[in-house]
Ligand binder design. Structure first.
Ligand code: IPM
Ligand code: MN
Length: 347
């Protein structure tokens, strides 16, 4: 029997609940399809940091490298560990070290879910650059704590990094409805975003079948709310993509539905699958976290592993569940109720 080795990193807060939920659904799907998912769970989290002084051990990255994929819940417990420490100690280094340069985030309304917009249907695939740009971590502070203090944080855009994410966006658009929105801000950022636009224009020549439109990020943010049905694939830099995908989550009914895949398209290292939402400390012990975003991320994992039929079945089971009104109203159904409904729809 074919078997995949999966690293589970539940992390903090509701990350633990939603990872357990998704894992049970993935096991049901695997049993049905006749392949195995073998898990190794890692306790890396803010709790681990409090105990050891590290978010993951020194050899954490090397430990993960051997897995077929990583399923992550959420990282962060800001009252105990500053987010700038916890995220730079676990989530962000994994994205960078494993060259998971394409962060894929689908935004559409599941059946039975009422979004906040008038638009009844839209289907947007956001592709967010995931390794450089505004998240490069290049910078510093001098004269700390004094009136002369200076903080500098430099965005780094490399030709290789920009080309590969834009090409990925063009490929996705080609495989979908042929429309690509390239997110820029070249009216204000005259180096990095002019560079981004130039590369967009250059690559467009290789994709005559794709209609590419450049949008400034502010205008695209408005468009996602006023006319989301006009969008197909959106490709954006790391920070622009981060912000736009929270809008995407909002218009699809909330963060409880927003899935994400951190993909290494070359398959030179494992890819990582995680919901867009965080650890939600305010509801962490209530058992009411919506697991759908993580289950959907799990379906994206199956797809990436080549288990396309099983991935499709998981998506159908999620849709059957929300169509019955389960998991469609925040806080109404318990995590375990939603999980049981998805599992039942699979069998
Ligand atoms: C996300 C999150 C992370 C990001 C945070 C937690 C660092 O907001 O995955 O969208 O900004 O990438
Ligand atoms: Mn975010």
């Amino acid at each position: 029997m074919k078997s995949y080795s999966i690293a589970l990193i539940p992390g903090d807060g509701i990350g633990r609940d939603v990872t357990a939920a998704a894992w049970s659904v993935l096991q049901t799907a695997a049993n049905h399809a006749g392949f195995a998912l073998a898990e190794t769970e890692f306790p890396w989290s803010c709790k681990f940091y409090k105990d050891t002084g590290r978010m993951m051990p020194d050899n954490g990255i090397e430990t993960l490298r051997g897995f077929d994929a990583i399923l992550l819940g959420a990282v962060g417990w800001p009252v105990e560990v500053p987010d700038s420490v916890s995220l730079h100690g676990l989530l962000l280094p994994i994205r960078k070290a494993f060259v998971q340069y394409a962060n894929i985030r689908p935004h559409r309304l599941l059946p039975g879910v009422t979004g906040p917009l008038r638009a009844e249907s839209f289907d947007i695939l956001c592709i967010r650059e995931n390794t450089e740009g505004e998240y490069s971590g290049a910078g510093g502070r001098v004269h700390q704590g004094t009136l002369d203090e200076v903080a500098v944080e430099t965005s780094i855009f490399t030709r290789a990094g920009v080309e590969r994410i834009l090409r990925f966006g063009f490929e996705q658009a080609r495989a979908r409805h042929g429309r690509l929105a390239s997110v820029t801000k070249s009216n204000a950022q005259k180096y990095s975003m002019v560079f981004w636009d130039e590369i967009t224009r250059k690559l467009a020549a290789d994709y005559p079948d794709v209609t590419v439109t450049r949008y400034h990020v502010d205008a695209l943010a408005a468009r996602m709310i006023m006319a989301p049905e006009t969008l197909d694939v959106v490709v954006a830099s790391n920070l622009f993509g981060d912000i736009l995908t929270d809008i995407g989550a909002a218009i699809q009914g909330g963060l409880g539905y927003a899935a994400s895949a951190n993909i290494n398209p070359d398959r030179s290292a494992p890819s990582m699958f995680e919901p867009v939402h965080g650890s939600a400390p305010d509801i962490a012990h209530l058992g009411i976290a919506n697991p759908i975003a993580t289950i959907w991320s799990g379906a994206m994992m199956l797809e990436h592993l080549g288990e396309t039929a099983a991935a499709g079945r998981v998506m159908k089971a999620i849709e059957a569940t929300t169509a019955r009104g389960i998991g469609t109203i925040p806080g109404k159904d318990r995590t375990e109720t939603i999980t049981a409904a998805v599992n039942a729809a699979l069998t």
